[in-house]
Design a protein around this ligand. Structure first.
Ligand code: ACO
Length: 332
């Protein structure tokens, strides 16, 4: 039998969102805001919210199962599960719970945290395991339930986020569909966007004290994050285009992290990519963090907009700060 090559194909996608949605008018009953303010500044009209009993693992597994089905695989054929999330059910990791939920009993599973860049960072991580010949079939999930970590009295942040999950299956292939990537981090700007642990000192015995506490809800400097995204994202995309020896004219779709329509449009304008090539579903879901790229990808694939062989530039950006771009072609 012919051995599969060391290239990567992305052969299936899936997504899942909670059933409950809250529109901007509903949100204006919780904080002092309006549909007009939110829609004109962000493009967001509504967001999905997980009910108290929905686990991240269940939401992630639903998206994952759809991706596995589309890839025509059985869960037992998956070698590696990467779960990109910042909102785990369990700080020790949630990927194993997804593995159990799927019955993917051959797979090794672990979490990967890179906030809204999690999917792009996960894509590149998955590719390394495939390119080295270690694994054949990798399931990559981006899933977040940020509604659990938003301060619902802070109108500057709570209007932006929503819950969701998206997944893809990557497979070793003779034909390499991941054309290039560029990943970046800058911890010196970490303070612009946080979901940070806040320890309270607790005296133990003698002079020994430890820190115990909880995570503080999301804090964000919106203007700085906006500036960072509009400046840095085009840079990494240009680098990835250069490495792939492609011009923007050869790109079929620009698939950015769905944070804000203004960011999507500004990045598209800087790259001279026409707006009709910019994928956007944030009106329906808001910013779903690590889920936003695979969720939008899956919708476009299932609607038949993204077709086999289409060339897609994707880029994530967010807390860390982290940002990164990858260029891939859809399909086997
Ligand atoms: N409704 C009504 N008024 C509001 C709201 C709201 N929801 N939020 C803020 N305002 C008010 C402010 O109080 C301020 O009023 P003031 O001038 O009287 O003080 C005014 O609107 C302007 O506030 P700004 O913060 O300057 O608004 P800005 O135009 O910057 O828009 C926004 C804010 C939409 C958050 C924008 O900065 C942005 O999109 N930034 C990027 C954020 C982002 O994408 N974050 C996610 C990154 S991904 C991740 O890793 C999670």
């Amino acid at each position: 039998m012919k051995q599969p090559g060391s290239g990567i194909a992305i052969i299936g996608s899936g997504s899942a969102v909670p059933a409950t949605s809250l529109d901007n008018v509903g949100l204006s009953r919780i904080v002092d805001t309006s549909d007009e303010w939110i829609a004109s500044r962000t493009g967001i009209r509504q967001r999905r919210l997980a009910n108290p009993t929905l686990s991240l693992a269940k939401l992630a597994a639903e998206a994952a199962q759809a991706a596995i089905d589309q890839a025509n695989l059985a869960p037992t054929e998956i070698d590696l599960i990467l779960l990109a999330t910042s909102t785990p059910d369990d700080l020790f990791g949630t990927a194993c719970l997804v593995q159990a939920e799927l019955g993917a009993n051959r797979a090794v599973a672990f979490d990967l945290t890179a906030a809204c860049s999690g999917f792009v960072f996960g894509l590149v991580t998955a590719a390394q395991f495939i390119r080295t010949g270690v694994y054949q079939n990798v399931l990559l999930i981006g899933a977040d339930i940020l509604s659990r970590w938003v301060d619902w009295s802070d109108r500057r942040t709570c209007v932006l986020f929503g819950d969701g999950a998206g997944a893809v299956v990557l497979q070793a292939s003779d034909r390499d569909r991941l054309l290039s990537f560029e990943l970046r981090s800058d911890g010196t700007q970490n303070h612009y966007l946080n979901l940070a642990f806040q320890p309270q000192p607790k005296e133990m015995v003698d002079d020994i004290a430890i820190g115990q506490g909880n995570f503080h809800p999301i804090t964000m400097n919106g203007q700085e994050v906006y500036r960072f995204a509009v400046r840095r994202v085009p840079e990494v995309i240009e680098k990835a285009l250069f490495r792939a020896n492609l011009s923007t004219a050869e790109i079929d779709w620009l698939l950015l992290h769905q944070a804000n329509q203004r960011i999507l449009d500004a990045v598209g304008d800087r790259l001279k990519i026409p707006h009709e090539k910019i994928i956007s579903n944030l009106a329906k879901y808001g910013n779903t963090s690590a889920a936003s790229i695979p969720l939008a990808l899956d919708e476009e694939v299932r609607q038949g907009k993204i077709k086999p062989d289409d060339t897609i530039v994707t880029a994530g950006f967010g807390a860390g700060l982290t940002w990164g771009a990858a260029i891939f072609q859809w399909g086997r």
